[in-house]
Write a protein that binds this ligand. Structure first.
Ligand SMILES: Cc1cc2nc3c(=O)[nH]c(=O)nc-3n(C[C@H](O)[C@H](O)[C@H](O)COP(=O)(O)O)c2cc1C
Length: 394
């Protein structure tokens, strides 16, 4: 492991060209001398003293507030994601025994390995929350230190930690001390454009707090989702720490995933937006199977997703939650704008299912096959009222 550079020389030492996966030329950066990468190779997360977690491949499904509900995570696992993350959970909510927040900690048996993501600023509350996460049966505790959403940042949590490294280390340390689960942290590059703060904070989180893995989304908080994630920083971070690093940002297909691993040396890649309403992107990433689904397959998978979501939350919440998914699932040639619009206007999820199956009757046998082969989570014979995050867009 290379020595940690001091903050002063961090601003000036990079000689690396940016790695922009959104540009068509990113592959030109490969020299051919990179080590072979294998997205199917298992690896382990867990430093000494923690219960190590075996992960059977290199593709993680990103935590996404307002998206990564249990149905999304289970579907991601079914399509090949090797590890999944929950939406971020407020530790204050857990502390005040807010039932809805507690329900975030419900985990189905087929989600493992899974990390529950927490956000907060008070080390004592983080400690207690980490213990609750361990009791829930999660495999890892992840801490959000990148969310740029105002509601989160103004409390000092999420991306605000990128500007307060001592507090970030204290918060991470509290979670490490609370249980024997590995603690992982998700960061952005820094608050401001061009920031390289991740390169000082990341090593401190590992060396001083004892965290077991890092995820970096190398955009600044100010950037939100504009521009590109500069994975040259991922490569620099990898050199500075001796724990696995997940690369997050603009990883949409297998080519990008393999190039990112080869160019940065990261241990694993994380897919977020590309997987929204598109589990086939996860399948491509995890197995290299790039076959575009037929319309019937999309419809069957969407109907099954709707059914699972309506077991997670009451009808009224499900209706609102699901609307964004209709557009995501039904992109592509076979679906018209009018049909997507119709779906938005239907009032119940049952009406949506009927609409879809009457327009695409060939989806019926595929749906029946899904219903036959993919079981519902063990504890959801009735509505279990899992909550959906109110903090969109981490
Ligand atoms: C709707 C949405 C919600 C998100 N919520 C979270 C979150 O709760 N926690 C987190 O660490 N990152 C969150 N993110 C960031 C993603 O995990 C990921 O780092 C980012 O989207 C970049 O990856 P991508 O280009 O594959 O989407 C969210 C992103 C989106 C689009």
């Amino acid at each position: 492991m290379a020595a940690t550079p001091s903050p002063s020389n961090i601003e000036s030492t990079s000689t690396r060209a940016p790695i922009d996966l959104t540009s068509t030329s990113f592959l030109e950066q490969l020299t051919g001398d990179e080590p072979d990468v294998d997205l199917g190779a298992p690896f382990t997360i867990g430093v000494a003293g923690t219960r190590a977690v075996e992960i059977d491949g290199r593709v993680a499904l990103a935590p996404m507030a307002g998206v990564s509900v249990q149905a999304f995570r289970r579907q991601g696992r079914r399509f090949g994601a090797n590890v999944v993350f929950t939406e971020m959970v407020s530790v204050s909510g857990l502390h005040y025994a807010n039932e809805r927040t507690r329900d975030y900690l419900r985990i189905a048996t087929d989600e493992h390995p899974i990390a529950v993501q927490l956000f907060g600023t008070d080390p004592k509350l983080m400690y207690d929350a980490a213990q609750q996460v361990a009791e829930s049966g999660a495999d890892m505790i992840d801490i959000n230190m990148g969310c740029p959403v105002k509601k989160v940042a103004k409390t000092g949590a999420g991306c605000a930690m990128l500007d307060d490294h001592d507090l970030a280390v204290a918060v991470a340390r509290a979670c490490v001390d609370a249980t024997d689960l590995p603690v992982t942290i998700k960061i952005r590059r820094g608050m401001k454009n061009g920031s390289r703060d991740c390169l000082t904070l990341g090593p401190r989180l590992v060396e001083e707090a004892g965290v077991s893995a890092l995820t970096i989304h190398p955009r600044s908080a100010a950037q939100m989702y504009t521009g590109f994630a500069d994975h040259a920083l991922t490569a620099e971070l990898v050199e500075l720490v001796d724990v696995p690093v997940f690369a997050s940002g603009d990883i949409t297909d297998r080519v990008r995933a393999e190039a990112t691993m080869a160019l940065t040396g990261c241990a694993a890649v994380m897919v977020g937006r590309a997987a929204q309403g598109n589990p086939w992107a996860v399948r491509d990433l995890a197995s290299g199977n790039q076959v575009e689904p037929e319309a019937e397959e999309r419809v069957a998978e969407l109907v099954r997703f709707i059914r699972e979501v309506t077991r997670e939350m009451p009808e009224q919440r499900a209706t609102g939650f699901l609307r964004k998914f209709y557009g995501w699932y039904l992109r592509g040639g076979a679906f018209g704008r009018q049909q997507r619009r119709d779906l938005m206007e239907l009032e119940t999820t049952l009406q949506v299912q009927e609409y879809l199956l009457s327009r695409w009757p060939d989806a019926e046998p595929r749906l029946a096959e899904l219903e036959r082969t993919v079981r519902y989570p063990d504890d959801t014979d009735s509505i279990i009222e899992l909550p959906v995050s109110i903090y969109g867009g981490g």
